[in-house]
Design a protein around this ligand. Structure first.
Ligand SMILES: Nc1nc2c(ncn2[C@@H]2O[C@H](COP(=O)(O)OP(=O)(O)OP(=O)(O)O)[C@@H](O)[C@H]2O)c(=O)[nH]1
Ligand SMILES: [Mg+2]
Length: 755
């Protein structure tokens, strides 16, 4: 094993440099350094793990529930770090990113791994804020068990509910951990009630605390029927018999647990009836099966801060939680089952890309089948391009270690893939396997972005490309219509992270602006006009005259009254709606060769409508008369005449500005429905329906996009982040008269009066 790195800002390992200063300390330092290096080598010389000895877990929960602190406990318990860091001291292995240290919480999901009693546990520590849902979803895609941490002071929070929905989508086996039981305000019973209330009676307590608050030192385990007693410093507990006064409660809970396990399996139920008990192996197998089927969610107790309970949890992960090959096989895009088998065809799935200047691009993947060896060539199923796996790594936060191979079920990383993105499958040549991609959440917020300094547009475009590569919940759209670069993201917090990355990693100063609204213009009545373009200069003059009728277009409308239609052209406009262009010229008043020029003039004005410069849609134009000059008539003359005739007719045809209307769906806790509805009224929303869904109310509404720019932040502050919403384009609708007038005036100020 080689390539161990611990030189980055926050070393994965305890840094002995910090301990001793001055000449007296130097000797100690060298000794410690040797011991340190020896331990690292010993650690990585550990035996390779076969598929059934790899467990992939993801730590989940509302922000601040204690996920990163638990990850730190697990690494400490496994002996991978010799001193447990803490989130408050900004020195955990998981929150290594400068940004996370600055903020004091997780922003990215971090891959860690530990070894515990012959098993390798890959740990994915995810951020709790909803803005980072993409990080949670991609981690869930590759995890085989989720650990949902619930803060025993605050109980079930909105993040718990939201993340639970994702876990249901993946059917990830789940464990609940009630954390912060050492806090004076901890309330285990209330938290348990809330968990059962939200997630049902499949949640079954495996443990309960003898006491909470400062006196939290003992956990009663009703699976092992043992009491774990911790020292003040936590760590390895003493195993004691359950005290007499707790016996009755422990027995009752034990019975509940055994019955819950037996209740999911007929054979076990029979055994339970016969013997009145299940032995350890039967319990283990029964729990595993029920967890895989989402029929049982065992619940554990923790103080991550004081490192109490994590060792037992890791033991449970090793002994009971399913390994990747015990989970149902992956169903490929073609609908075929892919078994998690180290001797099967090589196949990996890239779930995350970390692009940092000093690291280059690192792709994190899970091996879904076969054994991946360094030097192997794989094919990207999306692009068909061959990719060489030059180096393989196991990852520990910021550090990474070279390994020679990774077996099916394991999670690792590689660098320098040429053209592979998140959600791509790489497979052995000739096998053609494509795994199901992750569906990332739709965006909630849009801003326009521009570089502060002129001439840095290309740099900005490169930075945005890299951001997109790393974070599938960011979308970038260059809008020629709005003449803006639009950045779609998850919310204000997400945006602040994007800004930080652009400024700190790409050294670019950027500004966010309000995105312009893609209004449309149309007409409500019929109007006619004519325009004569005549110009006499030195040589040849210009002459063209056009008579035009315009009408609002509607599906199935009859031919224009009083005109003879000689030619019909229909254009589906790129920006939605139609233009119908009819030739109704009689008696050869205008030569047909000039019609394309007239159409060109009309189209030009339709690109920049007369009201606000927005696209025009849904108009029928009939050219019915005009005049030519034998010498001076040419294309340009008829283009100008066509444009001006259209402009004049448009102004007389009761022009109407249209605005995009979005379909809005809000899920908010019942007690906040009133506030959310009040706010909607101030946004010109039309509420179309309300439904109760558990503890939530689902509100359906139609809202003008122009009123929704700040909605993500507004809803968050209105509901303390307890509501969520989704929005998508529905249709264009007329802008109210007063608003149209205002927009027309604003536009009028920005353009010079046309000829
Ligand atoms: N008293 C007490 N505090 C804890 C415990 N676990 C975590 N904390 C504290 O709670 C805060 C949040 O802990 P984290 O581990 O960062 O929580 P997290 O779930 O990773 O949070 P996000 O990354 O923001 O989602 C920190 O200040 C921790 O020190 C615990 O068991 N008891
Ligand atoms: Mg965290």
């Amino acid at each position: 094993m080689q390539g161990i790195s611990f030189s980055h800002g926050n070393s994965f390992f305890y840094n002995p440099f910090l301990l001793f200063k001055g000449p007296a300390g130097l000797h100690h330092f060298i000794l410690l350094k040797r011991l340190h290096d020896f331990l690292i080598l010993k650690l990585y010389a550990m035996a390779d793990f076969d598929t059934s000895h790899v467990k992939n877990i993801v730590l989940l929960g509302h922000a601040g529930a204690g996920k990163t602190s638990l990850a730190e406990c697990m690494l400490f318990e496994a002996g991978l770090i010799t001193r447990k860091g803490s989130v408050t001291e900004r020195n955990t292995v998981s929150d290594y990113h400068e940004l996370e240290k600055e903020r004091g919480n997780s922003v990215f999901s971090t891959l860690l791994h530990s070894k515990w009693r012959g098993y390798k546990i890959n740990i994915l520590d995810t951020p709790g804020y909803d803005d980072f849902a993409g990080e949670v979803i991609s981690s869930l895609r590759v995890a085989d068990t989720g650990i949902m941490l619930v803060n025993s002071v605050t109980g079930v929070e909105v993040g718990t509910d939201i993340i639970w929905e994702y876990t249901e989508r993946f059917k990830t086996p789940m464990i609940f951990c009630v954390n912060k039981l050492d806090d004076d305000n901890a309330d285990y019973e209330k938290t348990l009630r809330e968990i059962k209330n939200h997630f049902g009676n499949k949640v079954v307590a495996v443990q309960y605390p003898r006491q909470t608050g400062a006196g939290f030192h003992e956990i009663i385990d009703v699976l092992r029927m043992t009491m774990y007693k911790f020292k003040d410093t936590g760590g390895k507990p003493e195993k004691l018999p359950i005290p007499a006064e707790e016996k009755e409660k422990a027995d009752t809970l034990h019975k509940e647990l055994v019955e819950a396990v037996a209740g999911n399996d007929e054979a076990l139920m029979e055994k339970y009836f016969d013997k009145g008990e299940l032995d350890e192996d039967e319990m283990k197998e029964g729990m595993k099966k029920a967890m895989i089927q989402h029929d049982l969610f065992p619940l554990f107790c923790l103080s991550a801060e004081r490192n109490m309970g994590s060792g037992r949890l890791m033991g449970f992960i090793d002994n009971v939680c399913p390994a990747a090959n015990e989970m149902p096989p992956q169903i490929t895009k073609k609908g075929e089952a892919l078994a998690c088998d180290a001797s099967g065809p090589a196949c990996i799935f890239v779930f995350k890309i970390i692009a940092e200047n000093h690291v280059g691009e690192m792709s994190l993947f899970k091996v879904y089948s076969g054994t991946i060896k360094s030097g192997m060539d794989l094919v990207n199923s999306t692009t068909g391009v061959s990719e060489k796996i030059n180096q393989l790594f196991v990852v520990e936060g910021h550090g990474r270690t070279n390994v020679n191979e990774l077996v099916a079920g394991d999670i690792g990383a590689t660098i320098k893939l040429k053209n592979t993105h998140v959600n791509n499958t790489l497979h052995e040549r000739g096998k053609n396997i494509e795994l199901q991609p992750v569906e990332f959440p739709a965006y909630n917020m849009t801003v326009a972005i521009e570089s502060v300094k002129k001439g840095e547009e290309e740099k900005l475009s490169a930075a945005l490309h890299m951001l997109r590569e790393e974070d599938a919940t960011v979308q970038v759209e260059v809008s020629p219509e709005l003449k803006q670069i639009l950045l779609h993201c998850q919310g204000e917090l997400h945006l602040s992270i994007i800004k930080w990355k652009i400024e700190h990693i790409h050294n670019l100063e950027v500004r966010f602006n309000k995105p312009r609204i893609p209004y449309r213009e149309t007409i409500r009545t019929m109007a006619e006009s004519s325009y004569r373009h005549k110009k006499q200069s030195g040589g040849n003059g210009q002459f063209g005259e056009v008579f035009m009728r315009i009408e609002p277009w509607q599906e199935g409308m009859p031919d224009p009254k009083g005109l003879t239609v000689r030619g019909r052209e229909t254009y589906d406009l790129d920006w939605g709606g139609k233009l119908l262009f009819y030739n109704c010229i009689v008696g050869g008043a205008i030569d047909t060769r000039f019609l394309p020029s007239i159409l060109k003039g009309v189209m030009e004005k339709m690109h920049e409508g007369p009201l606000t410069g927005s696209y025009v849609r849904d108009v029928r134009v009939c050219v019915y008369d005009g005049k030519m000059h034998p010498v001076d008539s040419n294309d340009i003359s008829f283009k100008i005449a066509g444009l001006q005739a259209f402009r004049q007719a448009f102004q007389q045809a009761a022009p109407q500005l249209l605005e995009p209307i979005n379909h809005l769906e809000i899920l908010c806790p019942d007690d906040l429905t009133g506030a959310v509805m009040g706010d909607l009224q101030s946004r010109r929303a039309i509420v179309e329906g309300m439904d109760r869904e558990g503890h939530f109310t689902r509100i359906l509404a139609k809202t003008p996009l122009a009123e929704m720019h700040d909605y993500s932040s507004a809803l968050r502050s209105l509901t303390q982040g307890r509501a969520k919403f989704a929005m998508h384009f529905s249709a264009y609708a007329p802008v109210p008269f007063e608003i149209q007038k205002k927009l027309q005036q604003e536009y009028g100020k920005t353009v010079k009066e046309e000829v």
